[in-house]
Write a protein that binds this ligand. Structure first.
Ligand code: AN7
Length: 367
């Protein structure tokens, strides 16, 4: 299977022929079945986007946006970010030999993301304000050979739509529902684009070759795209309120966004799909993060867990038909935000052998 989404899907991306294949091996992420849906009679799969090179789904869109900017002769890229976009932009800009400028809301970017952005050599402007204020500055003050790589750049959504292509290949069909966390709402919009394109053309189990291998002849007939479900943190839920939120607040700092850049497009996508956007308390998000880590073996960051938290909440309310096939995107890796994890050692011991033996006994027996 081809590695990197430009190599895998070039024929389905609107890139000019002159665009280079900028890649860190993004895409082709696992789609893992979860046991969590069983008690509700539904099938849940997790699309583990934290398995991308910089640990989030942003890498798909960034590969395409940076390749496109490079083809247009831009010398630098710029973005505002809650941390994952900046990590990805910094890495792909480094790969492409470009300068990367990022505007980060002061004090609200998770430790792993800050480390990545610094490590890749981005030029950081720490903004005394929130993401929305940083984003407004990017829109106002950039230009002249500096390409914006926020999801206002349509190439970002084009790259991110490839996650929907992969889900269809991996499941062998379109799912009935697809659930995502929502911040700027670029990703839910991109998935809808990807599903509509897939549903319209049918798909094979081998679109990574884009129709050039013998298996690709076995195209399936057109299918219905899934119902799109989005989930926001209650303290940062402009879609639920129907208007921007001035001072968004949530433990899920990735989606601490009050003025989503894709507000209209996402609302249109969700309603066309027959879907909805709901809200969750921070404690519900953190509970789902813990359940995923401890019952399924998947460590995602808090914002990501909103997709699963929302589905479990709706399932408990009886909102899904029996047998419904639901895909939840886990957008970023848990190591991005180590500070939200609390816990202690189950025992202390040593260095004497007896003390170590006693501790082992205690812990193994469930201490
Ligand atoms: C883990 O990095 O906006 O609804 O600046 O990092 O497409 O915005 C991050 C967003 C979900 C929301 N999960 O996606 C940024 C940024 C994670 C994220 C979202 C983000 P969109």
């Amino acid at each position: 299977m081809k590695k990197g989404i430009i190599a895998a899907f070039r024929g389905r991306l609107p890139l000019p022929p002159s665009a280079p294949n900028i890649s860190l091996g993004e895409g082709n992420t696992p789609l893992l079945p979860l046991t969590l849906g069983e008690k509700y009679g539904i099938q849940i799969h997790a699309k583990v986007e934290g398995a991308n090179p910089t640990g989030s789904f942003k890498d798909r869109g960034m590969a395409v946006a940076v390749a496109s900017a490079k083809a247009e002769g831009a010398r630098a890229v710029v973005c505002a970010s809650t941390g994952n976009t900046s990590s990805s932009a910094a890495a792909y800009a480094a790969r492409a030999g470009m300068v990367c400028v990022v505007l980060l809301p002061e004090g609200k970017v998770a430790a792993g993301k800050t480390a990545q952005t610094v490590a890749h050599g981005a030029r950081i402007i720490r903004v005394r304000g929130n993401f929305d204020e940083a984003m407004a500055a990017v829109r106002e003050f950039s230009g002249g050979g500096v390409a914006i790589v926020n999801s206002t750049n349509p190439m970002r959504l084009q790259g991110q739509k490839t996650a929907a292509f992969e889900v269809c290949e991996q499941l062998g069909k379109t799912p009935d529902y697809h659930s995502l966390p929502v911040g700027n709402a670029g990703n839910i919009t991109a998935h809808w684009i990807g599903y509509c394109e897939t549903a319209a053309r049918g798909f094979s189990h081998c679109s990574h070759c884009d129709g050039k291998c013998p298996f690709a002849a076995k195209e399936k007939p057109p299918q219905k795209p899934p119902v799109m479900l989005g989930f926001q943190a209650a303290g940062a839920a402009p879609f639920v309120r129907g208007a921007p939120v001035k001072n968004p607040e949530t433990v899920a700092t990735a989606i601490r966004i009050g003025n989503p850049q894709s507000f209209a497009a996402a609302n249109a996508a969700v309603s066309e799909s027959g879907g909805r956007i709901g809200e969750l308390g921070d404690e519900e998000i953190l509970a789902a993060q813990k359940t995923l880590a401890q019952k399924e073996g998947i460590f995602c960051e808090p914002a990501s867990a909103a997709s699963v938290a929302g589905v479990l909440k709706e399932a408990a309310a009886g909102n899904f038909p029996r047998g419904a096939q639901i895909v939840c995107t886990l957008t970023g890796h848990g190591l991005k935000d180590p500070d939200v994890i609390r816990g202690e050692a189950a025992a202390e011991a040593g260095p004497e052998k007896e003390s170590l033996r006693a501790a082992m006994q205690k812990v193994i027996n469930g201490g």
